[in-house]
Design a binder for this molecule. Structure first.
Ligand code: ADP
Length: 253
């Protein structure tokens, strides 16, 4: 028997009112996300991807339709309950990392634990270290963002997103600011997390990046245009090895 969906939306709509104009950003999206899936959300700019991510992330409310998260109807929740469910169930990773400039890596990762159930300072530090270890940054605990590369900053953001052990990781163009090699590295982290059971929904413009996922959902004009499994899934670890071998060859030549 298949597990029940983690996310289940039906005929989800979101209309923004701008002055006298209604912008219909989502026009009826129905989608299930099952535990352990890794979905790449693609589609042209303005097709509703970010709007959808905001709704699924409980950062915004739909105009119409239904949304069940772990079987719970999210529509009826007040702002406080939404914040609680968001903190407990969902981790966010953004294109621009969204780190605090004057704060060390380990302190950034401790932040989400200040908003959840009480955790002692010692336990917060232990969990933050473990999360940074998991993304290969155990030796950069005291570094501030300006002392880290873009890829390392994104890894701090991933550790921060994971420290409360969410059910779902939402990533909006997480490789948008990264070079090719670093993008593959970050996708390798997502693939490793997914292999350990984490459910991921990731927005990307890039076809190559989408192929690291298990399923590609394409949006167009606020609707799902296509929804298909990835036939030949890319493996980031293999791609990284190939990329490095090719770079080494190019240097010799
Ligand atoms: P995508 O992430 O695919 O680029 P968005 O969800 O950002 O698409 O946008 C979908 C549509 O909704 C666009 O026409 C955009 O201009 C509009 N839109 C998005 N956010 C807002 C907002 N806060 N207020 C008004 N219109 C918005």
């Amino acid at each position: 028997m298949t597990a029940p969906p983690l996310v289940s939306v039906r005929e989800l709509t979101r209309t923004y009112r701008v002055g006298d104009v209604d912008v219909r950003a989502l026009r009826g999206v129905s989608l299930d996300v099952f535990p352990g899936e890794f979905i790449a959300l693609t589609g042209p700019s303005g097709s509703g991807k970010s709007t959808f991510m905001h709704l699924v992330g409980c950062l915004d409310r739909p105009t119409g339709g239904t949304y069940f998260l772990k079987g719970r109807d999210v529509r009826g929740l007040d702002t406080r309950e939404l914040a609680r469910i968001r903190n407990r169930e969902i981790g966010f990773v953004f294109q621009g990392f969204n780190l605090l400039q004057r704060t060390s890596a380990v302190e950034q990762v401790e932040l989400p634990m200040l908003y959840g159930p009480a955790v002692s300072a010692q336990e917060r530090r232990r969990r933050a270290r473990a999360a940074l270890d998991a993304v290969g940054l155990g030796d950069r605990l005291d570094h501030r963002p300006n002392q880290l590369s873009g890829g390392q900053q994104q890894r701090v953001a991933i550790a921060r997103a994971l420290v409360n052990s969410p059910s779902l990781l939402l990533a909006d163009e997480p490789t948008g600011n990264l070079d090719t090699r670093t993008s593959i590295e970050v996708m390798g982290i997502f693939q490793a997390l997914n292999a350990r059971g984490l459910t991921i929904v990731l927005v990307t413009h890039e076809h190559d990046i989408a192929e690291y996922a298990t399923r590609i959902v394409a949006f167009r004009d606020g609707r799902v245009k296509s929804d298909r499994p990835v036939a030949a899934r890319r493996c980031a670890a293999d791609d990284l090895a190939r990329y490095d071998a090719e770079s080494a060859e190019a240097e010799v030549a």
